[in-house]
Ligand binder design. Sequence first.
Ligand code: AHM
Ligand code: MG
Length: 337
Amino acid sequence: MKRPVGITVHRQITDSQQMHKEATGDLSGLLTELIVAGKIISAEVNMAGLADVIGDSGKTNIQGEEVQKLDEFANNTIKRRMARSGFVCVMASEEDDEIIPAREGYEGKYTLAFDPMDGSSNIDVNVSIGTIFSIHHRKSQEGQGTLQDILQPGNTLVAAGYIIYGSSTMMVYSTGHGVHGFTLDPSVGEFFLSHENIRVPERSKYFSVNEGNYHYWSPVMRDYIQYFKEIDESSGRPYSSRYIGTLVADFHRNLITGGVFLYPSDCRNPDKPQGKLRLLYEASPLAFLIEQAGGRAVNDAGQRILDIQPESLHERTSLILGSKQDIDVLESFLGKK
Ligand code: AHM
Ligand code: MG
């Protein structure tokens, strides 16, 4: 159904719910709670320079990174809204070492994994940041959720999305029926449909990678990234290079314009090549979105991100995602086609 530009995100969620006769409204409720959290975080982001929330809180998270005040604020906002919502049984956050069970008596049927403030190194320099979320059905039957409820591959996702705090605040999400984007009008506090059924262009305009890591990549990855820079007017190359250093922001640009984002493995230890980005709450939700938009997402061995079974909460992966034709090209570099 073609929707008029300008309908609210709540209307869109309610309409989608009505397409599913068996729906109880819990997923709509969960998304609505996330939207409220996103609005609260957006307001705080906009005040960051004034409200003394910029800067380091003096703590270190499980990834060994400094936790910034805005990260904490975003993390606490989402956790507090969800813990007693009755929609989730367990959560996982980039900022928490362990799973976060829902309050006893408030356990719902979904699980939520999230990165409350992606791109945290960009907070202090006024560059776009975002919140990423992914939602699964619980596997256990009742009570507080467990680690096993959280450790599910992307191919069983119910919904995923992000809220980007950029020149505007936008929410982009999918429940498996295409990808839709909504822009926050801060004067009325509502997200309005601005990008219906987003399709990523088949071929890239941009490639996004931290080229400072060139010497840590595998030879295949170096060749693949070199391919983007070669001159071939028939395929629109060379592509332009754009790297913000906030996954959500790089992803969002490439989703709209066509592009490939890459964070290849660090191969300094050839026995244990290591990706940087986290599977559960960074790679997997964005892989779900890009596939819903007609693109692809793989690791640097060519494996579909959505098919990776997570083994641990903060597991990392290499990540290459974006326009379909350019990910197909990776397979020829890997010798698969
Ligand atoms: P964060 O979740 O702690 O902010 O870390 C993830 C970020 C991504 O947003 C971004 O794509 C990447 O790390 C940038 O890493 P680098 O600075 O190594 O290029
Ligand atoms: Mg992140």
